[in-house]
Design a protein. Sequence first.
Length: 239
Amino acid sequence: MMEYTKQIKLYSGKAKTVYTTNDSKLLILHFRDDTSAFDGGKTEQFSKKGEINNKFNAFIMEKLDQVGIPTHFEKLIGPQESLVKNLEMLPIECVVRNIATGSLCRRLGVQDGEDLEPPIFEFFLKNDTLHDPMINEYHIETFGWATKNQVEQMKIYTFRVNDFLKKLFLDAGLLLVDYKLEFGDYQGQLILGDEFTPDGCRLWDIETRKKLDKDRFRHGLGGLIEAYEEVARRIGTLL
Ligand code: ATP
Ligand code: TYD
């Protein structure tokens, strides 16, 4: 069996480091313990976070693959490391919101906690210098950030993820409030990349509406790791 080894550090983002491997079609994602919010304005390290997120992401990606959403995930190769397909990432973030909170409330003055029916879909441009501004399909087409087909496909996959994960989390007593997905191209095919973890989504306890995601860090609520572990335990990724 092929052994995959890290070669060159390609990119070190806010929470993950990406390495090339001895196979040019594959990368290693290293989930670090770093947590950042507010465009890197607030950062902290939490012991075990990388490991929890790596496992959590693997669990979710495998499930998504099974329901017809092609993902970059290949396999877990270490406590904080996963082998993934080397995608040409699109500079776009796809956000779906089932319940109003966060930037939506700040932007539109709507009530925090309001159910959104139908759910809201938003595109953001992945650009730290510009603070990830919200964009629409016209911006994407005119500036060539993705093709029309890719835009359609991203919407289809992102809503399919919503249908599937809303139920998965509900069965674990959790509300999937909102989340962000990123996609990339792999040999002409649109593939889900990056991660799905409590760093990039919001999950609330269904009874108490307690926040069990990165908002604990954003708002200085404490208990971040305990919250991530609780979510992982409830969906069965932590023994
Ligand atoms: P953000 O927090 O906005 O996602 P970031 O770049 O700081 O930004 P990290 O998660 O720390 O995020 O870094 C991971 C980087 O690796 C991201 O830029 C992501 O787009 C990229 N990436 C993730 N999966 C793949 C993949 N399969 N192929 C190529 N690049 C990938
Ligand atoms: P949003 O409410 O727009 O952001 P904020 O954190 O500023 O209130 O975020 C919606 C969801 O998408 C939330 O679960 C976090 C996730 N997200 C990211 O993880 N990264 C991003 O760059 C964006 C725009 C959203």
